[in-house]
Ligand binder design. Structure first.
Ligand code: GLN
Length: 484
């Protein structure tokens, strides 16, 4: 059953080829048997999953089929889940049992989804390799000596290894798309405000967005259909009607105008990565799309602007974890000052501390104008670049990541090098646009991904382009040898 897409599993449940309980047990057993090699789950919720499966089987017997009835899904451990530990990959929240459930999780459960458990991630979603997790690194199922990317590394690795047929992730600067690329799966970051952030532990609130990771664009469409929508509990969640993502998948690509930004193919880009993305463009051209050269001159400033804005917001968001209001508390504090200091020193890992320091510095009196305000101006320039490009094209396409999965530890001591992992994804968050990464082949046995960026609320178009590509290719259906 694990070699099937979510869409196929949905059909199998409807045809009664297997029950929701059989399906759920199959994946729970795979997690139990194989996750020791990957460390992609922090928590597995076996009992709860089986109870949800039985409820789904009853619903199916009564003819009540919703979008996700009986389908198992793994949630990133950044989403609050009532009664279940929600760690955000941090010692700070190691013993935090959420008293409520995130809207995204709730929306999917309402459509009948079954939660298998909570996936591993970089601490507070800060990282590109899943090595900053308090629970240890996740390994890439294509080569377990390599990273799965991050921060949704557990989501992407568990999906690629078929330990779950679907997963949720979050993307602040690339955390859905980059791990999707490195694991050979499909991942979509929706338009900022398309999906509720309520109950999703905040990293950088103006950039964070939840989205689906699936084996195919069709699977992502199915999940997004359930996730998206207005939520009165999140004031940044927009009250726009949700498109029919599933209905729009098959649309022809005739006359689709694809912008190819020259900045996505810089001279120093790895030749194999560039060739891979160009090959994907050729396939889309064959289906009737037209390629148009475009330029996004300010996007070279996106990584530096992001590493001011994201840490600034993080330093503010993470101030609540002080050992009093929220989070880990140190043993035997001498006094209040000692309690704050040691709780935060012991509770946070090195990368999170680095971000808090950078963000606090960038926001402090005397530096605010030089760093934070300037970064916000750059952010506007980037947004304007995209707006200009989208006057002439429907989507923008280039590589998702400048490289395939790297060796564990390769960048652990080189944060700036690590930050460059998101060089092609970060601008999209700064502009608030939707973008998807789809598997587009292999380089030396490791998956490569191609990114499709759409205009605001054009998730449907982005999914359509990826779906048409996937009808003509089978990269997205390859399973890592050791996990067949
Ligand atoms: N890798 C980027 C960072 O470390 C993006 C992370 C994310 O999207 N959550 O901040």
């Amino acid at each position: 059953m694990h070699d099937k897409t979510l869409t196929e599993l949905k059909a199998g449940l409807q045809a009664k080829d297997f029950s929701a309980r059989e399906l759920t047990e199959h994946f729970l057993d795979r997690i139990q048997a194989r996750d020791g090699e990957l460390n992609s789950f922090i928590t597995v919720t076996r009992e709860q999953a089986l109870a949800q499966a039985d409820a789904a089987d009853q619903a199916i017997a009564a003819g009540d089929h919703r979008l996700l009835t009986g389908l198992p899904i793994a949630h990133k451990d950044i989403f609050c889940t009532e009664g279940v530990r929600t760690s955000c990959g941090s010692r700070m929240l190691d013993n935090f049992v959420a008293p409520y459930t995130a809207t995204v999780v709730e929306n999917m459960a309402r459509e009948g989804a079954i939660m298998l458990g909570k996936t591993n991630m970089d601490e507070f979603a800060m990282g590109s390799s899943n090595e900053t997790s308090f629970y240890g690194p996740v390994r890439n199922p294509w080569d377990t000596e390599r990273v799965p990317g991050g921060s949704s590394g557990g989501a992407a690795a568990s999906l690629a290894a078929r330990l779950t047929p679907a997963a949720t992730g979050t993307d602040t600067g690339g955390s859905i798309r980059q791990p999707a690329a490195l694991n050979g799966v499909t991942g979509l970051k929706p338009t900022y405000g398309r999906v509720s952030r309520w109950g999703m532990i905040a990293f950088a609130s103006s950039l964070d967005q939840a989205g689906p990771l699936g084996l195919s664009a069709a699977d992502c469409a199915l999940m997004l259909q359930a996730m998206a929508g207005h939520d009165a509990k999140d004031s940044t969640c927009l009250n726009e009607p949700v498109d029919d993502y599933l209905g729009g998948l098959d649309q022809s690509l005739d006359d689709l105008r694809i912008g190819v930004p020259e900045e996505f193919f810089p001279d120093n880009l790895d030749g194999a990565i560039a060739d891979n993305a160009r090959e994907a463009l050729r396939e889309l051209e064959k289906q009737g799309a037209k390629l148009i050269k475009v330029s996004l001159p300010s996007i070279k400033l996106s990584v530096p602007a992001y590493y001011v804005i994201a840490p600034a917001e993080a330093s503010s968001n993470l101030s609540r974890f002080d050992g009093v209001r929220f989070g880990y508390r140190c043993d035997d504090p001498k006094d209040l000052e000692d309690l704050y200091k040691r709780s935060r020193s012991e509770g946070f890992g090195a990368e999170v501390k680095r971000r808090i320091l950078v963000g606090t510095y960038a926001l402090s009196a005397g530096y605010y104008d030089a760093y934070y305000k300037r970064a916000q101006k750059v952010r506007r320039l980037i947004r304007d670049d995209f707006a200009r490009a989208f006057k002439d094209v429907d989507v923008l396409i280039g590589p998702t990541s400048p490289e395939t999965a790297f060796q564990l530890g390769a960048k652990a001591d080189d944060p700036v090098n690590m930050y460059m992992a998101d060089v092609f994804t970060i601008a999209v968050n700064l502009a608030g646009l939707p973008a998807l990464s789809m598997p587009s082949g292999f380089i030396d046995g490791l998956p490569a991904g191609t990114q499709v960026i759409g205009n605001y609320f054009q998730e449907g178009r982005v999914l359509n382009v990826a779906h048409r590509y996937q009808l003509a290719t089978d990269w997205h259906l390859r399973i890592p040898g050791a996990f067949q």
